[in-house]
Design a protein around this ligand. Structure first.
Ligand code: AMP
Length: 402
């Protein structure tokens, strides 16, 4: 559909045309009319589908002409990066309106706290918050959500993965019962359905295609022993001088530090990003990576969702992520906006079982290619779970610290 068919106001249509959006994406087609009509909604949509605009545009339309100087919209998100990113999208779409928005997230300093406190008491129309920081403000007693009309939970599955269920339920006790609630999630496991049944009223359900990496990505697997992985990464990077932006994912912060150190020793312009960095440092690293001053960024899965960096040519998965869905998110960092990209995944014996689950999820066998001869042969393909492989799939796998 074209955006003017939704009945959005002229200021929003102007901002949309400045952004160069010509027609709505499928999730926007499905979600916007229901949100405009005031219905609660649960949407299954991944990052990269245009889901942010799918909820921001109709909500901004509803805010136009309202003069309230209190918060009417609360958007709850799992990470600081996503809070900042959504806030930036809002600023773009709301450019020709007088709607104000503020991100509230962990980290930051006393000055941030003071500004957040002021905005939460009487400033911003829209608050985009991570649960922990918002609860800290709520506990101080000065936040007034009496005028709140819209609640949006973005990346709800991620929030439950991190363990935010109780925080979300607590936040909801501070909100008016009469409100419109929207929930967006990349996957729809049972616990998401349970959350939806508790906080949404007769929701409309919409869904885009099930998780699948973008069409343009060439996906390849190397079966490698652990001691072959670092030399393999070195040779893959050295082989591809044309790749100006390379993203390496691994499952732990410790590995991020190790890989970053090794690659630096080889002379690459490389930086690691994980929750060990201060917020300001993370923003600086991302800014430099976007500006191509850093060629290789090494990150944990927390970074794989939501972050909107265009033109990454090569994604290397140092290991298989614990959740098959995270593979789609990692790989989705490349080949965005219909360009092409390469995603290489290094799989040791223990991760073969996880790779099989990934292949089941994406309904596709990923090409396995032999190790370069100078590194010697890798392990044989055997997807039966090993003992430690089983451990990763136990009941607590979703709560593992990244
Ligand atoms: P999201 O899924 O919200 O993270 O959006 C992914 C990217 O798609 C962002 O860079 C958006 O600016 C962009 N986008 C969203 N909607 C459209 C659209 N209708 N046409 C073109 N690009 C879009």
């Amino acid at each position: 559909m074209k955006f003017d068919e939704f009945g959005l106001n002229d200021q929003l249509l102007e901002a949309i045309s400045y952004m160069g959006f010509e027609k709505a994406t499928p999730i926007q087609d499905q979600a916007i009319p229901h949100i405009m009509r005031g219905r609660d909604l649960i949407a299954c949509a991944q990052t990269g589908t245009g889901k942010t605009a799918a909820f921001i545009l109709p909500i901004l339309d509803k805010l136009s002409g309202e003069t309230s100087d209190q918060t009417t919209v609360l958007i709850i998100v799992p990470t600081r990066e996503l809070a900042l990113q959504i806030d930036q999208h809002i600023h773009g779409f709301a450019y020709f309106t007088d709607v104000s928005s503020l991100p509230v997230y962990g980290g930051g300093d006393g000055v941030d706290w003071e500004q957040e406190r002021r905005s939460l008491t009487k400033g911003a129309n829209i608050i985009v918050a991570t649960p922990g920081k918002l609860l800290a403000h709520l506990a101080m007693g000065y936040v007034n959500f009496n005028k709140l009309q819209y609640l949006i939970l973005d990346e709800a599955d991620r929030m439950l993965d991190i363990g935010f269920y109780d925080d979300i339920m607590k936040i909801i006790t501070y909100l008016p019962k009469e409100r419109q609630t929207l929930m967006f999630s990349a996957t729809m496991p049972q616990d998401i359905k349970k959350l939806a049944s508790r906080i949404l009223k007769k929701p409309i359900e919409v869904s885009t295609e099930i998780a699948k990496p973008p069409e343009g990505v060439l996906q390849v697997v190397y079966l490698a022993f652990d001691n072959q992985k670092t030399p393999l990464i070195n040779s893959l990077i050295a082989d591809k001088p044309d790749c100006k932006s390379i993203l390496i994912f691994c499952s732990t912060k410790k590995k991020v530090a190790e890989i970053t150190r090794t690659l630096k020793g080889k002379g690459s312009v490389v930086s690691g990003i994980s929750s060990d960095l201060k917020q300001s440092e993370r923003e600086e690293v991302l800014r430099k990576f976007k500006a191509r001053q850093i060629r290789v960024l090494v990150a944990t899965d927390v970074m794989s969702r939501g972050i909107d960096i265009k033109d990454i040519n090569l994604v290397i998965n140092y290991d298989a992520p614990n959740d098959a869905e995270d593979y789609v998110h990692r790989v989705g960092r490349t080949a965005r906006a219909e360009t092409t990209g390469i995603a290489l995944t290094l799989i040791n014996r223990e991760d073969m079982y996880k790779l099989k689950r990934i292949e089941e999820l994406i309904k596709k066998e990923i090409m396995k290619i032999p190790m370069p001869p100078e590194l010697g042969p890798g392990p044989q393909w055997d997807p039966r779970p090993t003992r430690s492989g089983y451990k990763h799939h136990g009941g607590n796998k979703r709560r593992q610290k990244k």
